[in-house]
Structure formats: structure tokens, C-alpha cells
Design a protein around this ligand. Structure first.
Ligand code: ADP
Ligand code: ZN
Length: 735
């Protein structure tokens, strides 16, 4: 059946409300309706779904859409039902989440021919009962979404995808449309071979996303950098990807502590929390979602303004897909990834338990990421080249390497040396091996081939392995060299490489960038972003004594002990960090919201004047506030005290001993939160003792020291009693 363009446009408008097709959509849809197989490569946001949804609605029978994501299916089905009102049965999904009654409904709608689109998870498709059901259905065509899942060389291999071809044959032959947003040439050919559609017409959109900006940063101080970046981009939506759940939690908390509205998202959270957090992001109740890669598939938020990779991704496919979620509306989208080689080694270690072949593939994909990160070439050029597309602009104007270009040199001689070497070794070695020969590394592998006697051995000694690897990589991007991915990445010379050797011409190359190893440990304490200031001196002594004077005045005026206002360590911190706003003041030790507001005003005014008068360069334009220890407990403790729970119960519920609990409560009140613990004191300390201790702190104490108090009070009082009353005292006077 053919369909004319006018008719198609009318349906586009009727069903989806759009006036025009995007990119290749019309050509793809027409091809499919005419009964052809189609292979669609379109970047995220390009409008893939419409390529099968619209034809499904036009054609007789039911289109079977195979998609790996259960959550996504429901969204898509809801969306379709939304377009076509009053026809619930028009779209269904079939996956493990359905109950018996729902299954029955799907079955009836399918068999009566109401259903135009059926979404099926691959593992449901392989179930015998479903195959039997689908055999009775007239299939208009098959759509295979996220088709890269078929290939081990994709970034999300799913073995069930391999069975799709045979199952389609059993259910009944029909045209096939395969769609993906990421596929290297190797993955493309895997997909077509595996689905038995080598004859398919390939519709490939450019993968270039001109509005995205790419940058790779040293991972020396990522938390600091991230907070700074977000503060410079207030109110913008962004995604931060981390590799581990733990990191996700930690970064989300860090952001909150620093006044950025953020929530975590990862597979370890229960489903309702996940969807609540996701909604909060979509509805813009929060600005930032911190997530593992579990987040984002099918997320169609058009105005994500930045995507940050806290950890470097495992593959460029993943990187490209995740960064692709930025700027879907064609406007600003900044993509920043933090890179340190340590992270790469960590990722390699994770792979160790896996089958060898999988490890091989994983390592190669990882090395592509390393190349990308360390290169000084245009990032856009490398990325597009990786996906089999040439980008010919000299300067893309929107990546770190183009905006801040490194010195380039004429590398024609180096390239010729590499090409000569590759040819002399019959094109059977990998990049590092070649680089090692040129630098003159005598390792056992090189010896075993007797290559330490090769005439080029050591001829590039003055340059080092990294240099040569970079030359080879640029040769690949320029198509002078080629890499056989299926054979361990062996390097060969292309025809234009041979021509170049005959007839070398000017060739600008860059050296790789040197990255410092991140000092970031995965299990750090969250305080790495800014060294924790303790009272070790080092502060500004003049300012420190000025601050002490203010404190003394204030103490007289308010009739409370000086140490209740701000402790010495707090003042010390002020004399290091020079906070000039209440927010900054909260970054100093022991100063929370309450204290900052209650006492802070005068202090920051004096500091501001001091900074101004003495022309002081402050440590930074802002300071990262680290996560207070166990701040998760903090909320619980405050709530429990509000509910008047006995301390013993609170401690037990949180697996703490009493000491630890007291310490936490002290931290809470010291930083300015008022807690009313009278209910507990009444039960545990008798009235007279309470008054004695309270008076001591009010009239006599020169500091908050417990041991001084015990001495000053003389016998009869236990340490716990003193501490409890001190908590009451600080809370009432200071907060
Ligand atoms: P992909 O699956 O390729 O990432 P989607 O199918 O989710 O992309 O489509 C991306 C966005 O583009 C969606 O918001 C969709 O509604 C919109 N879209 C698709 N086709 C058109 C069109 N022809 N005109 C306008 N918007 C479109
Ligand atoms: Zn560039």
C-alpha cells in the first residue's frame, strides 16, 4: 500500500499535532509503509518513536515494538493513548509487570484487531505462550528500538536481543525497522546481520549536535568544580552522572548542603522514591538530579542545560547517549566530564570477573574513552568519527579543545614513520605496541617478536609512548590508518595513508593533554573538596583578634558566654575563609543556619570591611561546604527529639551508643539548631543538680570544656549530666 505525502502529513497532524516531519522521518515512514526494511540511526531527541508510531496507526494489523525498558513502555503507551482519545486498546504493552486480568485484556484487544501498537520487552517476546499468542496476530511490521543492544560491541548488550530474528520468523514475516541512537560502524553491521536485514535501507542522520558543548576536566577537585559550575548557572536543569550508587547519594547530599536543590536516582532506591525524584526533576521542583546511568532512558526533558559526568563513562557510546540528554530543544547544553586515569584503572578492575571475551571488548571500549579524553583534537570531530561520520570543520567552536587550542606542529614526518612501521610489520599490531617499538621499549612481547632489532626500534625515543599513541590516533581520525575492531584493534594503513607516505604534505597534529591523577578516592569523607580547617593556626591573626573582640562585646550585650556565640574554631575558620555573606559564614566550622543568622551579621560586616581595606584575595569566590558527618542521622535525631523519644531508643534505632548520640546532639546544637531536651533531662537529672550545672555555665565557665566544668563543680556530677545540661544551655542561649 502506498500513501501520499499529503495524507501522511494529515495523519501527522491528526494523531500527533505536528505540522512537519523532523529530519528523515517522512522518508523512513514512507519506506516502511511501502514494505521495506529500514535501519534508522538518529541521535537522541531526533524523533525515532514517531518513525514507527505513525506507520503503525496507518497500516493494517499490529506493529510489534521491541524495547528493553519496561518503564519507558508504559510512558509511550500512555502517550499514544493520549493522542488518540477514547481508544484505550490502541496501544498496549506486554511485559512482566502485568497481572492476569491485564494480560487478558491485552490478549482480547490483540485478537480483535483493535491494537495497532504492541510494546514487548525482549524477555517477554521469548516466552513460548507469548509467541503462540502473537502467531495469531496479523503483524504490520516489527520495530526494534535500542537496536544496539543486539551487539556485544554496543554499550548495552542484551543477549535476549539475539533471539529476536528467529522469533520474528516463527511469529510471521513482516518488514523490520531497527532504530538506535548510538552505533559505531561495527555495531551497525552487527545489527543488520543479526536481524537478517542486510538489505535494509539505512537512514542515517548526522549525529552532530551543534548546540552541545563538550569539555573534559581534570578530576583534581570535582566537587568544588561542580558546585561552582552550578552556582554560576543558577536555576538551570542538569544531570550529574556517577558510576556508583554511593557516589550518587553522596553528591546529591553535598549539593543540598551547598544550597543546590538536588535529588538522587539509582536502581537501589525503591520504585516509588525513584519515580518521585524523577518527577521532581521533570516538574522542576529540583534543579539537579544526581544519577547512575539507570536514569535518563526515555527522559524527554527538553531543557536540560548541563550533563556532568562525575566519573568518566565506560564507553563513548554511553558518553554520547548521556550527553545527548542535554539541550534537546536545540539550545544550550553543556557537557562536562571529569577524567582521571585512576578511574580508568578502577573500571578495568571491575571487569575482571567477567568472561575474557567480554573483558577484551570492555577494555577496547574503555581505551576509546581514554583516547577521547586525553586528546587535544576537536572533541566533536573525534566523537563523530567514532560513529562513522566525518566532521570537516577546522574548529567547531564549541568544545574545550577548539576554544582553547593547544599548540600544533607539523607532524608529517612522524606520521610517515608510523605508516612505514605499520607496513613493515604487515599491519598486525596494536597502537600501544607500535608506540613501544618507536620509543624503544624492550618488553618480553617485543623481544618475542624480535622487534627490538627492528630498524625503527627506538627511532622515536625522544618522544615517549604517549606521543606516538596520539599520532596513531590522529592518523585514524584522518583515515590514514584504520583499526580492525574485531581483531583486537590491529592497526592497518588505508589507501590514503599509502598515498600520504608517497607524497607527504603538511599535517597538523597535537600532543595529548596531560592529566593529573585525581586525588579523589571513592571512599573519601566528602570533605576533600576543601581542606577541612581546624584550629591549627594559619588564620589571619589580626582578623582573628578583631573577631574575638566583637564576640566579647556581643557576649556582654546579650548576657551570654562568649563561647556560646561562636567557638574559637569557628572564629579561626572565619579568619581563614573571610566569609562576607551569611551563606558563606555557614561554611565555617560549627556554624549552622541558626547561629549564622542570629549572630553573624556583625562578623561578616567586619570581615567585609577588613577584606576591602587590606585588599585581601579570598581563598575562592565561594567555599564548598562539606557534608556534616552522618547528617542523615541528624534529621532523624531532631525529629525524634521533637517527638520526645527517650535518648536510649534513639541511639538504639540508629545503632549508636549513648556517647555517640550525645556527640551528634552536641554538633547539632553547636551549629545553631535549637533542641528542647527538657523532657529527657527531667527524667534523668534531678532539679537541684540541673540548676547547679546550668548556673555554672552561665556565670563561671570560661569555655565549653566539660572537664573544666567537672572540676569547677566538684564531685557529685557525672559527665553525661554535665553534657546534657550543656546541650540545654547552648540550645537555649545560643540558638
Ligand atoms: P528519540 O527517541 O529519537 O530520542 P523521541 O521520539 O523521543 O526521540 O522524540 C523527541 C522529541 O521530538 C519528542 O518530544 C517528540 O514529541 C518530538 N517530535 C518527534 N517528531 C516530531 C515532529 N515531527 N515535529 C515536532 N516534534 C517532534
Ligand atoms: Zn571542537
Amino acid at each position: 500500500m502506498g500513501i501520499c505525502s499529503q495524507e501522511l502529513h494529515r495523519k501527522l497532524k491528526d494523531f500527533f499535532g505536528f505540522d512537519t516531519f523532523k529530519g528523515n522521518q517522512e522518508a523512513i515512514i514512507t519506506h516502511l509503509i511501502d514494505g521495506g526494511n529500514a535501519f534508522v540511526l538518529m541521535p537522541t531527541g531526533g524523533g525515532k518513536s514517531l518513525c514507527y508510531q505513525l506507520p503503525a496507526l496507518c497500516l493494517d494489523g499490529t506493529a510489534i515494538v521491541i524495547s528493553p525498558l519496561i518503564a519507558l513502555m508504559k510512558n509511550q503507551v500512555d502517550a499514544i493513548r493520549g493522542f488518540i482519545q477514547n481508544k484505550e486498546g490502541i496501544a498496549h504493552f506486554l511485559n512482566s509487570s502485568l497481572n492476569k486480568a491485564q494480560l487478558q485484556e491485552v490478549r482480547e484487544d490483540l485478537l480483535s484487531g483493535v491494537t495497532k501498537l504492541l510494546y514487548v520487552a525482549p524477555e517477554s517476546l521469548t516466552k513460548e505462550e507469548n509467541i503462540q499468542l502473537l502467531r495469531q496476530v496479523k503483524v504490520s511490521f516489527y520495530a526494534i528500538d535500542e537496536a544496539h543492544c543486539i551487539s556485544e560491541w554496543g554499550h548495552d548488550f542484551r543477549p535476549e536481543y539475539r533471539r529476536i530474528h528467529e522469533i520474528m520468523k516463527v511469529i510471521g514475516e513482516a518488514p523490520v525497522i531497527a532504530l538506535t541512537a548510538t552505533a559505531t560502524p561495527k555495531v551497525q553491521s552487527d545489527i543488520q546481520r543479526n536481524l537478517g536485514m542486510t538489505d535494509a535501507k539505512v537512514f542515517k542522520s548526522s549525529f552532530n549536535r551543534p548546540n552541545l558543548y563538550y569539555e573534559i576536566r581534570d578530576k583534581s577537585n570535582p566537587k568544588h568544580d561542580i558546585i561552582k559550575f552550578i552556582k554560576e548557572n543558577p536555576g538551570k536543569s542538569g544531570i550529574i552522572y556517577c558510576l556508583s550508587r554511593k557516589k550518587v547519594e553522596e553528591i546529591a547530599e553535598l549539593l543540598n548542603v551547598n544550597g543546590i536543590k538536588a535529588l538522587p536516582y539509582h536502581a537501589g532506591l525503591d520504585a516509588s522514591t525513584r519515580s518521585r525524584n524523577q518527577d521532581a526533576f521533570l516538574m522542576e521542583k529540583i534543579d539537579v538530579i544526581v544519577a547512575t546511568i539507570a536514569f535518563g532512558m526515555g527522559i524527554d526533558k527538553p531543557d536540560v542545560r548541563f550533563v556532568i559526568h562525575y566519573d568518566i563513562p565506560k564507553s563513548l557510546e554511553g558518553y554520547y547517549q548521556e550527553t545527548g540528554r542535554a539541550g534537546r530543544d536545540g539550545r544550550e547544553g553543556k557537557c562536562i566530564a571529569f577524567y582521571s586515569f585512576k578511574d580508568i584503572q578502577k573500571l578495568e578492575k571491575f571487569m575482571q570477573g567477567k568472561p575474557v571475551s567480554e573483558q577484551e571488548i570492555g577494555k577496547q571500549l574503555l581505551m576509546e574513552t581514554v583516547s577521547y579524553a586525553e586528546s587535544n583534537q576537536c572533541r566533536r570531530k573525534i566523537l563523530l568519527n567514532y560513529f562513522g561520520e566525518d566532521y570537516t570543520e577546522e574548529n567547531c567552536g564549541s568544545c574545550d579543545n577548539c576554544l582553547y587550542p593547544k599548540k600544533r606542529f607539523d607532524g608529517r614526518e612522524y606520521m610517515c614513520t608510523v605508516i612505514e612501521l605499520v607496513l613493515s610489520l604487515q599491519e598486525s599490531f596494536k597502537a600501544e605496541y607500535l608506540a613501544n617499538i618507536l620509543t624503544g621499549v624492550t618488553n618480553s612481547l617485543i623481544k618475542s617478536y624480535n622487534h627490538h632489532h627492528h630498524e625503527l626500534f627506538g627511532s622515536g625515543k625522544d618522544k615517549g609512548t604517549r606521543f606516538w599513541v596520539a599520532v596513531i590516533r590522529q592518523g585514524l581520525v584522518l583515515h590514514l590508518l584504520d583499526k580492525d575492531i574485531e581483531r583486537y584493534g590491529l592497526i592497518s594503513v588505508t589507501q590514503s595513508g599509502k598515498d600520504f607516505l608517497e607524497n607527504p604534505h603538511e599535517l597538523f597534529l597535537t600532543e595529548d593533554r596531560e592529566f593529573i591523577d585525581g586525588d579523589e578516592e571513592d571512599d573519601d569523607d566528602g570533605g576533600m573538596a576543601m581542606p577541612k580547617h581546624t584550629v591549627t593556626g594559619g588564620g589571619d591573626p589580626v582578623l582573628f583578634s578583631m573577631l574575638k573582640d566583637i564576640r566579647k562585646d556581643l557576649s556582654k550585650k546579650l548576657d551570654i558566654p562568649a563561647w556560646v556565640i561562636f567557638s574559637d574554631p569557628s572564629l579561626e575558620d572565619m579568619s581563614i575563609l573571610y566569609p562576607t555573606t551569611i551563606d558563606e559564614l555557614k561554611n565555617c566550622q560549627g556554624i549552622g543556619e541558626g547561629k549564622a543568622h542570629k549572630f553573624g551579621d556583625q562578623f561578616i560586616k567586619v570581615i567585609a570591611r577588613y577584606v576591602e581595606e587590606n585588599d585581601i584575595a579570598r581563598p575562592d569566590d565561594f567555599v564548598v561546604r562539606s557534608i556534616p558527618n552522618k547528617s542523615a542521622n541528624k534529621v532523624y535525631i531532631i525529629q525524634s527529639i521533637d517527638r520526645r523519644l527517650p535518648f536510649e531508643d534513639i541511639a538504639r534505632n540508629k545503632d549508636m551508643d549513648f556517647e555517640e548520640l550525645l556527640e551528634e546532639i552536641e554538633t547539632i546544637v553547636n551549629s545553631g539548631t535549637r533542641l528542647n531536651i527538657d523532657y529527657y533531662i527531667k527524667q534523668t537529672i534531678d532539679e537541684d543538680k540541673l540548676l547547679d550545672i546550668y548556673d555554672y555555665f552561665k556565670e563561671e565557665a570560661a569555655s565549653d570544656s566539660v572537664s573544666d566544668a567537672l572540676k569547677g563543680l566538684g564531685g557529685d556530677y557525672s559527665e553525661d549530666e554535665v553534657r546534657l545540661v550543656r546541650i540545654k544551655f547552648i540550645s537555649e542561649l545560643g540558638n
